[in-house]
Design a protein around this ligand. Structure first.
Ligand code: NAD
Length: 277
């Protein structure tokens, strides 16, 4: 395997999941988060998730956990996968710092949902080694990795990241560097429209989600999915689409903003369109 030691930055729901699948593929993982207690919480989630997957033929949870080491700062590694909040200035700062910490041959990847890979690449002196590696939630379960090539990403970087995604047991699909790439260009306007349907009184949340589940054969409705993704992340992605594509059809629904401003972020805060006690 080309990437034997992976630095995962951000230990929230995505970073923890990414650390888990990378460790399950026998790589060493260094896991960093700026918030106190975040890596402990991630290790606990990994322990529970790996135990569940072990019952379905997955690797020994103790072995998976033994490969994940919490670290206080960025450390040298073969590959960085950044999974911090969906905020371009926070991500650019991580890429700037990673460029000075990781060896010059290391690849710097972002799990961003929507932020242009080119803007992250511009924060480094190695734009040919910067790429999007967009996992899906929950990471240990969903197979897709959207691989996004920036304008300057080299063929070699794209090839090595596609091969690594396959080694993790994932299915890579390649996209070019447009706001929201493919997945969120399609998904977020769908979620936003469901929020508009709620906001304008077309139907109650349960009815909206039932219609999507039974009518479109979606495994979960758009409002429940928004709660899973995080309403703060949904607003951040809609803003990138709105600004980047310069079209008001992508403006986040005011109800989505209202929830976020009130701290109702979905599952992670215990309350979103639904309550999670
Ligand atoms: P989250 O809120 O669960 O976790 C984000 C983590 O980043 C937090 O633990 C926070 O403490 C940490 N963080 C913030 N600033 C930091 C810094 N400067 N240094 C180190 N750590 C820092 O968010 P998430 O849902 O895991 O999303 C993370 C990224 O993954 C975002 O870019 C998001 O768009 C993307 N993503 C999310 C989903 C989803 O379904 N939630 C799916 C695909 C991609």
């Amino acid at each position: 395997m080309e990437f034997e030691h992976v630095l995962v930055v951000g230990a929230g729901q995505m970073g923890g999941g990414i650390a888990q699948v990378v460790a399950a593929a026998s790589c060493r993982v260094s896991l960093h988060d700026a918030a106190p207690g975040a890596t402990d919480k991630a290790l606990e989630t990994i322990r529970r998730s790996a135990a569940k997957l072990a019952g379905k033929g997955g690797p020994d949870p103790d072995e998976v956990l033994s490969r994940v080491e919490p670290v206080d700062d960025l450390v040298p590694a073969d590959l960085m996968v950044e999974a911090v909040v969906e905020d371009s200035s926070v991500k650019e700062d991580i890429f700037r710092r990673a460029d000075t910490t990781l060896p010059s041959e290391a690849v710097l990847a972002s799990n961003t949902s929507s932020i242009p890979i080119g803007s992250l690449a511009a924060a480094t002196g190695r734009p040919e080694k910067v790429i999007g590696m967009h996992f899906f939630n929950p990471v240990p379960v969903l197979k897709l990795v959207e691989v996004i090539r920036g304008e300057e990403t080299s063929d070699e970087t794209a090839r090595s990241v596609v091969a690594f995604a396959e080694e993790l047991g994932k299915v890579p699909a390649q996209a070019n560097d447009f706001p929201g790439f493919v997945s969120n260009r399609i998904l977020m306007p769908f979620i936003n429209e469901a929020v508009w349907a709620l906001h304008t009184g077309v139907a109650e949340p349960e009815a909206i989600d039932t219609i999507a589940k039974l009518g479109f054969a979606h495994p979960m409705g758009p409002l429940a999915l928004a709660d899973l993704i995080g309403l703060d992340t949904c607003v951040a992605i809609m803003e990138v689409l709105h600004d980047g594509l310069d079209d008001d059809k992508y403006a986040p629904c005011p109800l989505l903003r209202e929830h976020v401003e009130a701290g109702r972020l979905g599952r992670k805060s215990g309350q979103g369109f639904y309550s999670y006690s």
